[in-house]
Design a binder for this molecule. Structure first.
Ligand code: GLC
Length: 791
């Protein structure tokens, strides 16, 4: 593309906005906040409302604008922005340090010798040299930069040297490192270098590219086939500030119902109530906790959405009710494709109201999915969204608790949907080329809003396709992975980059979807799975059984142990989700989120933090019986042995099949539940506090676990503080907010790595027990101060 917009010939300021007139075009640089700058050039016509940034975002920002001979200098109280000839835009800190600069040199793709054609004859794929992007921005790669984010991609944590495409794609062949696109498009890039982090959010939904030094290591570029040049620069300098900025624009994941954090069992497909009941009973008989059973496409009547099979799932409501009595929730799949069949109520209603996508001649566009010929709802039409949302009443009335949205890239067995298929887009008519990447996003929005209105509870939605901002409506899973060790390995960087891209409520198909899992792989995948916010075991038809008991006694025991650990940790995960709704920080975190100055953490592909307190180093290789674990600054307790290590060093941990290395940071107080088979089985009025002595403060959150009442203040907050003073550990406990009627009766303290001579609660000596290097003591929840005197 040619970047020749010419010289700046004039400008004017309108509140936060600087409108810059070039010889050829007018551009806009707008301060959304002092740290977030929108850069806009109308290359694709009118500016339509963004699907990612749905609310008016803007605070009043004081701008200082000055013009020198060539350039315009714009300053907020955090940044200086230099805008030059041909709309080159550079960002500096307020004291003049360069943050991010447009690349001004020549494009110089690496030389590729030999014949691409001959190579393709044999079936190899040639690499495109320069994409034909209408919209493109090139930025300098400055020194030692690391790149993260971009949603769901294969490969490693650091994306430098790779190219990714934003074009939601259902490609079930085994996902490998060289894949450039999958089901989700999150055009948000996080850049980290020494003392500096910043983000770039490219808010363009057309097919786009991020090339991160793959064309040439001197520059990166992002570009789209069409649309406007429209990106947001988000300044840190900390990674946390960048994520907060991105969350400010695109929103955060709302707190889910508590059960949605439980273990979920799925299968393509449990095809009758008889099989579902067998599975449900086995969970309870074997005392393996489980909260959710998913019904995949076979529950439907010939794959017609919003129906169920009258024979295999006869008396649907009674089946759901029976499961409910056993403590299970039912989640059903809903795909977007509506069977094209006169007389089928969904098809007829949508047709009558004009709610389907139209081909260029104005006729409902038809492709083929599970039910045969289908039409596709136009989720960009808010009336169609409301209609679709309302259709879920048929399922919620039967007791269905959540909805799984799939095939919403959208997928079609007869090949891709043509670019010119028409979307209504609420008064901004658009074509598929622009709307493809937001289709899944808008479908999840329809589902979320429908469930919210129908149930009054926090909706539980899972989606496969999405765009930036979908975190407001849905959890995500990484689609059709395989029961391959390579896919277990890849799950860590994939989930971490999704988490950095706003999608905190994420998970993989535990055990792998396609191919047969085996016992060892299952044990290792469960050990990882218990830490992902969405914890669902799912597998394809014709693969061997994949329930936790399908691999023999040893693996079953390991699954039970780790799923139980997940249930113990539920209040900690729930606290993290609650915090995430407020601050945009994910549950799963690469280590550099909390240890940004430690370069050792920048490319750790096989370790992660769960919140700020818990470090996990899963085993991701077949037969691996010991592994290196890098511990960052601080002191760390081995969760299993209680041994204490100093940080900023690698250590070696033995990893027999039953051990997933977990480390707790000294100073942590982790709330735990007592064992239960499902959320709500026990009232949990005695909260366990798992204490790792040191200096620290923790805020614990409590509410009804289901409704939106927390938004009206119906919640409690507890502050737990600890510090070491001579031979004493002092614990201060305080209920700082009391808005929810239920409260805890007792706290059960589990103080690790200590032997006590005495324990005092509010000055009075109390009884305690000593177990395996731990002090155990039960105190009334009203206790203010606990002193543990070391032996
Ligand atoms: C797709 C989904 C998978 C599901 C299957 C049948 O392949 O990704 O999870 O089981 O469709 O609905």
């Amino acid at each position: 593309m040619n970047n020749l917009y010419g010289k700046i010939i004039g400008y004017h300021v309108e509140k936060n906005k600087v409108v810059i007139d070039y010889e050829q075009i007018s551009a806009i640089v707008e301060a959304i906040t002092p740290e977030i700058i929108n850069v806009f050039l109308p290359l694709g016509g009118e500016r339509k409302p963004s699907h990612a940034i749905e609310e008016e975002k803007r605070v009043a920002v004081e701008l200082a604008v000055e013009k020198d001979a060539e350039d315009l200098l714009i300053a907020t109280d955090q940044l200086q922005i230099k805008v030059g000839t041909n709309f080159k835009v550079d960002f500096y800190t307020k004291d003049g340090q360069v943050i991010c600069r447009d690349y001004r040199g020549e494009r110089a793709p690496f030389v590729r010798r030999g014949s691409a054609h001959l190579m393709e004859e044999e079936g190899h794929k040639a690499i495109e040299t320069i994409q034909g992007n209408r919209v493109e921005v090139l930025k300098e790669i400055i020194g030692d930069e690391y790149f993260y984010g971009l949603g769901e991609n294969t490969g490693h944590l650091n994306k430098r040297g790779y190219q990714y495409q934003m074009w939601n794609t259902d490609d079930p062949s085994p996902h490998v490192e060289s894949y450039e696109k999958l089901y989700k498009s999150i055009p948000f890039l996080l850049t980290l270098r020494k003392n500096m982090a910043y983000g770039l959010f490219f808010d363009n939904s057309y097919h786009s590219y991020f090339n991160l030094g793959k064309e040439n290591e001197r520059y990166l570029y992002y570009g789209a086939k069409d649309g406007n040049l429209n990106y947001y620069f988000i300044y840190g300098p900390t990674v946390k500030q960048v994520l907060a900025g991105y969350a400010y624009l695109t929103g955060t994941t709302p707190l889910p119902q508590r059960w949605a954090l439980g273990y979920q069992q799925s299968r393509h497909s449990y095809d009758s109530w008889q099989r579902v009941m067998e599975v449900a009973k086995t969970f309870r008989a074997k005392q393996i906790p489980c909260d959710v059973i998913h019904l995949d496409i076979e529950y439907m009547d010939d794959y017609r959405v919003f129906t169920w099979n009258q024979e295999r799932f006869a008396d649907f409501e009674a089946g759901v009710a029976k499961l409910k009595e056993m403590g299970f929730k039912v989640v059903t799949i809903i795909d977007p494709g509506v069977k094209k069949e006169k007389g089928y109520f969904v098809y007829d209603e949508g047709l009558e109201q004009g709610f389907y996508l139209l081909d260029k001649d104005g006729i409902p566009y038809v492709n083929r999915v599970w039910p045969g010929d289908v039409v596709y709802p136009d989720f960009s039409n808010s009336k169609a969204r409301r209609w679709w949302g309302g259709k879920h009443r048929r399922l919620t009335e039967q007791g269905v608790a959540g909805i799984w949205n799939d095939m919403n890239e959208p997928a079609g067995f007869d090949g891709p949907i043509p670019d010119d298929v028409v979307f209504a887009n609420d008064g901004y008519p658009s074509v598929h080329a622009e709307m493809h990447n937001v289709y899944g996003h808008l479908m999840s929005k329809a589902t979320y809003e429908g469930l919210s209105a129908l149930t009054g509870k926090r909706p539980f939605v899972i989606t496969r396709a999405c765009f930036a901002g979908t975190q407001k409506y849905s959890s995500v899973w990484t689609g059709d992975n395989c029961s391959h060790w390579e896919h277990l390995r890849m799950a860590v960087p994939m989930l971490l980059n999704l988490s950095l891209s706003g999608l905190s409520f994420c998970g993989t198909d535990v055990g792998g979807f396609s191919y047969d899992c085996n016992g060892e792989l299952m044990a290792r995948w469960i050990q990882l799975g218990i830490f992902s916010p969405l914890f669902r075991n799912h597998s394809n038809m014709h693969t061997r059984d994949q329930e936790p008991w399908a691999f023999g006694a040893e693996v079953e025991a390991i699954c039970r142990k780790y799923i139980n650990l997940r249930y113990q940790l539920l209040p900690y995960l729930y606290d993290l989700m609650w915090q995430g709704e407020k601050n945009g920080l994910p549950v799963l975190r690469p280590l550099f989120l909390d240890y940004q100055d430690d370069a050792e953490t920048y490319e750790l592909n096989d370790q992660f933090m769960v919140g700020a307190h818990l470090l996990v180093a899963p085993v991701l290789q077949q037969g691996q019986r010991r592994r290196v674990v890098y511990l960052p600054a601080g002191e760390w307790f081995d969760y299993w042995t209680g041994e204490k290590y100093r940080g900023e060093q690698p250590i070696i941990r033995e990893t027999p099949l039953a051990v997933c290395p977990i480390y707790m940071k000294a100073g942590s107080i982790i709330p735990n539940y007592q064992a239960q088979n499902y959320v709500g089985e026990k009232d949990q009025s005695d909260l366990i506090l798992d204490v790792y002595p040191g200096e620290g403060c923790y805020t614990h959150y409590q509410d009804d676990g289901e409704t939106f009442k927390y938004r009206d203040g119906e919640f409690n907050l507890y502050r737990f503080m600890q510090r070491l003073a001579g031979d004493k550990l002092l614990l201060e406990l305080e209920k700082t907010t009391a808005g929810y009627e239920r409260s805890y009766e007792n706290f059960m303290l589990k103080i690790n790595g200590m032997e006590a001579a005495a324990v005092r609660a509010d000055g009075k000596e109390i009884t305690f027990s000593q177990d395996n290097g731990r002090v155990l003591v039960k105190i009334p929840a009203a206790t203010k101060l606990v002193e543990v005197i070391e032996k």
